[in-house]
Design a protein around this ligand. Structure first.
Ligand code: ADP
Length: 376
């Protein structure tokens, strides 16, 4: 149980050889470089409520792990303050922060059994034997690994090892649970399964969670709130629904949602106090809520980027003209990849609808409502 507050948190790495994670492609980040070094995280302000599940998400190299490692005490804090339950933690040893961390690599001790791995930290803390046994067995039961307690990690599958890594954190009953890409080493099917298990686990463990992932689906399904990062800066903080419905900028619009939001070059006009946007031959009036937002800022007529989600585009007899490049059958829907107005556009149509029958090479006309249009 704990509230975690991050105030203006900052991390500068000395400007030496940049870290490259194993198997990871070269990072193409736009991090700020100062005389002191590479600014991996800056202006990080976040108030995490007790028992909240927060997900830090963003592309590789945006500073997620660095932030988590600063909270864990595995990385020095270059600036700002970290509070856990009201106590300033900047210079507190990791072992005294009452946190437990689960890593992508599992980091299990290979020579110890599952039981030994889970009991290890409690033994170090000199917790009585019967209490250790109770906690290990309880965690094993929650994670459904009781039958493997006598095995060594090498005799377990990837998913089972990950459960042991999580179990090792659970037994410590920490105030804050930190997880760094815990599902990234699992195959797609197991990842989906473990994601569902984490949702259940979270209901059984009343703890604050801070979870790092580059996978927006994981972020959307797990987080009470998600923090979207890019190039060391927070881009937006909100509930999954908020960031999906109201992306703060083009980066968030493109990052959240699969397939990603379509972006058109458009023109914003204001006539008789009403805002309209035009893409090609189509002009739509924006929703009342967007009218008010734009009017409040007295936004002038200008060229804008217009975002429309793939399932919000409809095909009609008349509209923005496009040509189907690829038609992908997805089962219950068809994804049409269309070139229109010089952009790659994705349109999702139901399999059983007439619109589904547009093979590659077809001409389509696209329309969308002003209520689903995002102006950037
Ligand atoms: P993410 O978790 O979002 O992939 P990281 O927090 O690991 O990103 O890294 C953020 C940036 O800081 C990256 O550009 C990375 O190369 C750099 N970085 C991370 N660790 C170190 C380090 N120990 N020394 C120097 N640069 C580092």
């Amino acid at each position: 149980m704990a509230e975690v507050v991050l105030k203006n948190l900052k991390k500068i790495y000395p400007n030496t050889e940049k870290k490259k994670k194993k198997g990871e492609p070269e990072k193409k980040n736009d991090l700020q470089i100062t005389d002191e070094g590479v600014v991996a995280v800056q202006d990080f302000n976040l108030h995490i409520a007790d028992k909240e599940f927060i997900v830090l998400v963003g592309p590789s190299g945006c500073g997620k792990s660095t932030t988590l490692r600063m909270i864990a005490g595995l990385e020095d804090i270059s600036g700002g303050e970290l509070y856990i339950d009201g106590k300033l933690m900047n210079d507190v040893e990791p072992k005294d922060r009452d946190i437990a961390m689960v890593f992508q690599s599992y980091a299990l001790y290979p020579h110890m059994t599952v039981y030994g791995n889970m009991a290890f930290s409690l033994k170090l803390k000199k917790v009585p034997k019967d209490e250790i046994d109770r906690r290990v067995r309880q965690a094993a039961e929650i994670l459904d690994i009781t039958q493997y307690l006598d095995r060594k990690p090498k005799a377990l599958s990837g998913g089972q090892r990950q459960r042991v890594a999580i179990g090792r954190a659970i037994v410590r009953d920490p105030a804050v649970f930190l997880m760094d890409e815990p599902l990234s080493n699992l195959d797609a099917k197991l990842r989906n399964q473990m994601r569902a298990e984490l949702i259940k686990l979270r209901e059984r463990i009343d703890t604050t969670f801070i979870y790092v992932t580059h996978d927006q689906t994981e972020a959307m399904t797990l987080g009470d709130r998600i923090v979207i990062m890019k190039d060391g800066f927070i881009q937006q903080i909100g509930t999954p629904q908020e960031v999906f419905d109201h992306p703060a900028n083009l980066f968030v619009a493109g990052f959240i949602g699969t397939p990603q939001m379509n972006l058109f070059d458009a023109h914003l006009a204001r006539k008789d106090g009403k805002y309209t946007v035009t893409v090609g031959s189509v002009t739509v009036e924006l929703s009342e809520e967007k009218q008010q937002r734009l009017a409040a800022k007295d936004v002038a007529e200008q060229d804008v980027v217009l975002g429309v989600r793939p399932d919000h585009i409809m095909l009609c007899a008349d509209g923005v003209k496009g040509k189907v490049d690829v038609s992908e059958m997805m089962g219950s829907s068809v994804h049409l990849h269309v070139t229109a107005e010089g952009k790659d556009v994705i349109v999702i149509v139901p399999t059983n609808g007439a619109a589904a029958h547009f093979p590659a090479g077809s001409e389509v006309n696209m329309i969308f409502g002003g209520n689903v249009a995002h102006v950037f």
